[in-house]
Design a protein around this ligand. Structure first.
Ligand SMILES: [Zn+2]
Length: 376
């Protein structure tokens, strides 16, 4: 694995080359099949419960370059389904879902994926997630509740979609695991290993972080948590570390001091993220779950840099893509099709050319990868 400095250099060279060619700072990802030895992470939602049009709540589409072209969903919070749909990836291929915890900004869009993916799906829908203090608070109970919530919908859909079908497309398997086990393997198939470890969010039992390893490359996703040593240990040696962050939010001012304190001590602040990045030294650190705008960017970077003065970092935004290989970590932007209807039944991934020169995003895409070798 190259040291962070050379990875950052490769990242910078790739970005500069693309910028010179197109006038846009973004390298585009069109959803073509993932190359072998590659993990591609597409951010479906980069925001927080304070969901807004520019930033949907947490969700990731993870595509792995194995023979099966396996795809995974890691969280699917409020609104994140919109960007999932927009990628054009056939929903029927999204049978593997991993939940960090059961807050709505991480799982509220599951119902839409559940019924949407029923079209054309031939495998059972599997949902991995943690147990909790009592069975009724765990993942299995939540998924059973989701099935009941969608009972009329799925019964009605059978008349239009599932007539005469004998496959397992409407079956659901909730793979609830013990949240408290440290660094436990919860998934191992087709060369992909996923581990979980307990984290601490609102002093409740259940929330976990995940790490996915594939052919010597990996990413780690913290879920929502305050800093805990279990998270740092899970992430040691990982290539891309996606850390939930929560900065001061003006709206919190209306809450009591006690409520503000609880919220702020149940998440990772940008300053604390800097400390974790410094401990782990990933090839790329991703600050996720923040409200990103022109006013907040500089302050977030400044806060992270207190504890992590040099390594490559980026503030996550919707549809930002991270492609990991042993040679490099590339930051791209996912192209989305101009229309959405018809992808329920699509058999192949949507393909498209990058936008014409200068047409990408007038604001320059809000690109923020700092700490690269040329940065001051
Ligand atoms: Zn959250």
């Amino acid at each position: 694995m190259p040291p962070p400095r050379s990875a950052a250099l490769l990242l910078l060279v790739a970005l500069l080359a693309r910028a010179a060619a197109t006038g846009s700072p973004w390298v585009y990802s069109d959803g073509a099949p993932v190359q072998s030895n590659t993990i591609r992470i597409t951010t479906l939602g980069s925001g927080s419960p304070d969901v807004r049009k520019e930033q949907l709540a947490s969700g990731f589409l993870v595509e792995v370059g194995n023979g099966e072209q396996d795809k995974f969903i890691f969280d699917l919070g409020t609104g994140a389904f919109i960007n999932l749909w927009a990628t054009g990836v056939p929903l029927s291929t999204l049978t593997k879902v991993f939940l960090t915890h059961l807050h709505s900004d991480h799982h509220a869009d599951l119902a839409t994926l559940y019924v949407g993916a029923m079209f054309g799906r031939k495998q059972p829908w599997e949902v991995w997630g943690p147990s909790a203090a009592t069975p009724e608070l765990g993942t299995a109970a939540a998924i059973e509740g989701l099935r009941r919530f969608m009972a009329w919908d799925t019964a009605a859909r059978r008349h239009i979609d599932l007539v005469g079908r004998k496959d397992d497309g409407d079956k659901v398997i909730a793979r609830e695991f013990d949240f408290s086990k440290v660094n436990q393997v919860v998934y191992k198939r087709n060369g992909v290993t996923i581990r979980s470890t307990p984290v601490s969010h609102y002093n409740t039992s259940g929330p976990v972080a995940y790490r996915l390893d594939f052919q010597g490359i990996s990413f780690t996703y913290s879920g929502d948590t305050r800093p805990v040593p279990e998270l740092t240990n899970l992430a040691k040696g990982t290539d891309v570390l996606i850390l939930q962050n929560m900065g001061p939010i003006e709206d919190l001012a209306a809450l009591s001091y006690e409520s503000q304190l609880l919220i702020n001590t149940s998440h990772i602040t940008p300053q604390q993220a800097g400390v974790i990045f410094q401990d782990v030294k990933p090839r790329l650190g991703v600050a996720h779950h923040l409200t990103v705008n022109a006013a907040s960017r500089a302050a977030i970077i400044e806060d992270i840099r207190e504890g992590y003065p040099k390594g490559p970092i980026i503030i996550n935004e919707d549809l930002t893509v991270y492609e990991i290989t042993k040679e490099k970590v590339e930051v791209k932007k996912r192209l989305v099709p101009p229309r959405s209807w018809g992808y329920w039944h699509a058999e192949s991934n949507w393909q498209a050319a990058a936008p014409a020169e200068g047409a990408a995003r007038a604001d320059g895409g809000g690109f923020q990868a700092v700490g690269l070798p040329s940065s001051k």
